[in-house]
Structures are given as C-alpha cells and as structure tokens.
Design a protein. Structure first.
Length: 608
C-alpha cells in the first residue's frame, strides 16, 4: 500500500528520494511527504495529492541534505489531507517518522501520551509513533525506537530521523515489508526494491520485529527486545528495464503483452517429458510426503483467489484430490480443520498480503504443511512457508494483476500434473498435458495479435455502466476475474457468475442496456452455455463471446466473438482470460481512467 524510501550517504537526498517515490506510485497513494536533516535541523514538506504536488513544493527551495526519508500514504486513519500526510513529528520537531501499516492500540497510546502532555496535530495512528519515540528518547534513537515499538500492537514498516543524529536512519518492520539496500558510502531503506534498484541490487530483508540502524558506511540489526541479528544480503535479479514501460502507454498493457514470456518462465526447467510430469523441487517435499497428500487447501485474496479457484478445478480433475478454496481474510478468523495429509497453498503476487500471511501462520499453528506460490523472492510468504514455487513473472507494476494471474494458473497446472502423475494419471496423458503447456505461450501471442479487434469491441461498450460475465467449469473463475478487471480499472459495475446461475436472479437485469460477456468454449458444457446465450438474446441482451477457433455455431448467436486457440480444457483459463484483460484495459482508457493506479486500490494490501 503506502511506500517508504530512505537515503543516507554522500549524494543530495531530495532527488534520490523523489525518484524513489515515483517508482512506488504503483502501490497506490493519496498524499506524499519528505523529511531531511539539514545544518539548521529537521526539515519536512508534505501535501495531499500526487508526487508532482510535492515536487512543486520542493522546487521552490534549495536542499543540500544527504540524509532523508520520504513516503506515499494511502489513507487509513484520517482523510488524505496535508496534515495527515507523512512524515509525522514529535512535539519538539526533532523526530520524524514515516510508517506503513496500522497501529491497533493507537487510541490507548494516544490517551496515555495526552496525559503526559503531548500535543497531536493529525488524525493518524502514525503520529503516535513519533511521540512515543520522543517519550523514550534520551540521546539513543535506536533504543528509543525499540522501547516505543515494544508498546505497539499492529503492523508497521517505519523509518525514523532525529536531528541529533544527522547521518542515521532507524528502520523497523512488523508485518509490513522493509528492505535495506547496500551501496558504497551510501545505504537505502525502502518498502519495495523497485524504489532503490537503480542504485543497488544488494538488499537485506528485515524480518518481523527487527530494527536497523543505518548510516552511510554500515548498518546493524537487532530485534525489538535487543537481540543481535546477523544480516543476510541477497542479490535482486530484476533489472531496471523490467520496471520501465518499454514504449507502452501503461504498465498494465506492457504486462499483458509480456505474458508469452512470463508463461515460458513459469514452466522453464519444470517439465519432465520423459516421465510425463512436473519437477518442482522448491516444494521441499519428498516423494512419500507428496504421495500422502489427501486434501489441499488453497488460500488467497483478490485475483490470486480466482487463480486458486482455477487450481481447484485443475487439481480435482487431474489428481482426484479434494480441494477447498478459502478467502485468506476469512480463513484466519474461523476454525479451519487441518488433518494429517492436509497441505495448504497460499498464493500471493507480492508475498506480502497481510490476510494471506495470517492464513499461512494460522495453518502452521495447526500443524499443516504450508507451501507458497508467489512472485517476489525474499518476500515474507516466501520466507515463512515450508516450501513453494516462484512464478517468475518479474515485477508487476500495474495495480490490476494480469501476468501474475496467468503465471499463478500455470504454476497450479504444474502442481496438478505432479500430483496426478503420482496417483492415477497415465504417462501418455501426462505427456499430452506437457505438449499443450509448451504451446500456451505461442497461443497467447496469437490472441494478443487480435488486440485491435478487441479494442473495436470496447469502443462500442465503454459507455455502459453495468456488465455481466458468465462462464462454466474451468472458466467460471475466468468470468469472475474478467468482471474484477473491468470494475477495478474502469469503475464500471460488473459481476461474474456461473452461467447456470443466471436464471437464479441476474437474468432479471438483462435487457438491451446490459452487455453480457460469455466465456463459451468448446468443452463438455458447451451446449449448456449455448442455451444460456439463447436466454440472453431472448431478452435483447448484447453478447460478447470468447469462443474456441472454428466454433461457427456460437458466432451466429452472439453480437461479437473473440476466438482463442484450442487447448486442453485444463489449460483453457490461461488463454480465455487474455481477451478479458484487453477488453477491460481498452474500456478503462476510453473512459479516461488512471489504468495503472485505479482509485482506492493498492498493489500490495498490507493492512486488513
């Protein structure tokens, strides 16, 4: 959600911090601010709105500071105003704090600090931290921060400055990601490596309840309770080119068109044609352990939850193992039954989704083997699971997930193949699936070549305010995902349903003003979908169909058809979702929406 960038070194801090903030814009925000240490003390600027508004404030003045912290805020406590923007200061104006997360006991802490004479100027929970650190400060910023955080309940990723320590930043995390970037004569603090990748690819991921003291030459890490920690430096393989637009007007469109490459990356080195199976050594499970799996739970949020629904169809169809799909936000608050032989997969692009992390920890407390499917190496989920599979999609900047979704489905198809071949699936069938998997990237390229045709369809419907999406079987989750994409980025109301459920309510809405998108591929329920189409046409509904190449029958029954290549039913969602991504993208652009940064949304949801 919010973004943090900090710098301490020999260069002027302001240009580096502003550049870092711009690379964090994709996370979603509604205000921005910066604090720095100058000869005359602690200086800060902050304002509601975009980073360009902050830049305008900064351009009016000359800053020489080589130490600073900056922040983009996504409002939780208090409206997006200048006062509520970060950084927040203590009473004396000597300590500045930027913060991602939520302080759950901020009300009781605020009452306590009020009684001690502290005066507050904002409605935020974050300001509590500045005053709480002030309360404990006696010349050692690290110790004061540790003491303050020992009183805090909730989640935080923070960076702290003090005017008494002109070349130091204190950083800490609990439930909200934070990394230290290491350089020569300079060091960085950031909530996302994208903010610092131009300057260093060597990072240390802070673990929960760890606190770091960072200066230009060094950094030391200990826990909140002062236990020393030995840092593990990791090297980031992503390049700066991967987080640039590369000539595309939006990150989202670039990422849609990257899918042939990312899908190849998802399966590269993971298919064993001779044995007709998948090779997933990252699961860290022996053959016997995999063979004993008799129940799978898939837990995720948002788009990743839709990938999990597809995974349910895949695993049950191929491996004949019962699968449950859980919203991570619900899983953590009920009493899930975990038996011997149960494996939980948590799915998250960022690896930092708070609810998904909580589901992971709840399942581990109950004794489950917990595996991860995520994109970000070194993320919290990647570190805390017993094993897992990286999707290798590269950085996804657009808030509305596209390439991560298809890569998640591809990885789930690998898991399905592996489990199926250990049970009843024949070698011949395994090889047939592998052959189909190898063809998927080229088939996606074929669909992307229809972009102009899909744009022409969008031109006819972008002014509509309601859409219905229908699918059956493997493609019911695709209908849900298509509807989610449309409402996320175009703000058009859209709902996804199993096609047969249309008669149980939604059909009442259908008329000439309600476009319906139908995923109607040639599969075992094709005839049923054609019947649903007939019911829509009888009510004068306008139909956009995604259909299998060669299906002339459906073309005669709908207003528009987008053909996709034939593949095995198991893999159809990877192809059928591509036209829906493009359809949503073009309608959003035509409506003048901010495609990469839709309102009220954030890339990584690190608060409840």
């Amino acid at each position: 959600m919010c973004g943090i960038i900090g710098y301490v070194g020999k260069e002027k801090a302001v240009p580096l911090l502003v550049e870092g903030l711009k690379r964090l814009e994709y996370r979603g925000y509604d205000s921005a601010g910066i604090a720095m240490l100058e000869d005359k003390g602690l200086i800060y600027e902050k304002c509601a709105g975009k980073i360009t508004a902050l830049e305008a404030l900064l351009q009016e003045k000359q800053f020489d500071s080589t130490t600073g912290i900056a922040h983009t805020r996504w409002a939780t406590h208090g409206e997006p105003t200048d006062l509520n923007a970060h950084p927040h200061l203590d009473c004396k104006g000597k300590i500045a704090v930027v913060h991602n997360g939520i302080i759950e006991n901020y009300r009781s802490l605020r009452e306590l600090l009020n009684r001690k004479g502290h005066k507050f100027t904002s409605d935020t929970d974050t300001e509590i931290l500045a005053h709480l650190i002030e309360e404990y400060y006696d010349g050692d910023l690290m110790e004061a921060t540790q003491a303050a955080l020992s009183q805090v309940e909730g989640t935080y990723g923070i960076a702290v400055l003090c005017k008494d320590s002109p070349h130091q930043i204190v950083a800490a995390r609990h439930g909200s990601p934070l990394v230290i970037g290491t350089g020569k004569g300079e060091n960085f603090v950031a909530s996302d490596v994208a903010a610092i990748l131009r300057h260093t690819n060597k990072v240390v991921y802070l673990e929960d309840r760890e606190v770091a003291l960072v200066d230009p030459e060094n950094f030391v890490i200990s826990t909140v309770d002062k236990t020393e920690v030995t840092p593990q430096i990791q090297e980031i393989s992503w390049t700066l080119d991967q987080i640039e637009k590369g000539g595309f007007p939006h990150f989202m469109l670039k990422e849609i068109f990257e899918q042939p490459t990312t899908l190849r990356n998802a399966i590269r080195g993971r298919l064993n044609y001779e044995e007709g199976t998948a090779r997933l050594n990252g699961l860290n499970l022996q053959y016997e352990e995999l063979h004993l799996i008799d129940r799978v739970i898939l837990s995720a949020c948002g788009t990743a939850w839709h990938a999990a629904l597809v995974g349910e169809y895949m695993i049950e169809d191929a491996a004949l193992i019962p699968v449950e799909v859980e919203y991570a936000s619900e899983f953590r608050y009920r009493s899930p039954i975990i038996n011997e032989g149960t494996v939980l997969f948590v799915i998250s692009q960022s690896g930092e989704t708070t609810d998904t992390q909580a589901a992971l920890r709840e399942a581990k407390r109950k004794g489950a083997t917990v595996l991860g499917i995520c994109n970000v190496v070194g993320s919290t989920i990647a570190r805390e699971t017993d094993g897992g599979v990286y999707i290798h999609a590269g950085p996804e900047i657009g808030v509305a997930s596209t390439k991560a979704f298809t890569s998640q489905m591809m990885v789930l198809s690998l898991v399905s193949l592996l489990l199926a071949r250990m049970r009843t699936m024949s070698l011949e069938r395994g090889r047939e699936i592998i052959d189909a998997m190898y063809k998927i990237p080229e088939q996606v390229e074929e669909i992307l070549r229809k972009d102009a045709d899909i744009k022409a369809i969008a031109e006819k419907y972008y002014k509509k305010n309601n859409f219905l999406y229908l699918g059956r079987g493997f493609n019911f989750p695709v209908a849900l995902e298509g509807a989610l994409k449309l409402k996320e980025i175009s703000y058009i109301h859209a709902e996804g349903y199993p096609a047969a459920e249309m008669k149980h309510g939604p059909i009442a809405l259908i008329d000439e003003n309600m476009p319906v998108v139908v995923v109607g591929l040639r599969d075992k329920v094709h005839d049923k979908v054609l019947s649903n189409i007939a019911e829509i046409k009888a009510r004068k509904g306008k139909i956009i169909a995604v259909a299998t190449e060669g299906d002339d029958e459906i073309a005669d029954k709908v207003d528009h058809v987008i053909y996709i290549p034939h593949t095995l039913e198991l893999l159809t969602p990877v192809l059928s979702v591509i036209p829906l991504q493009l359809l949503a993208y073009h309608m959003a652009v035509m409506r003048g929406c901010n495609v990469d940064q839709p309102r009220n949304l954030a890339k990584s949801v690190t608060v409840e």
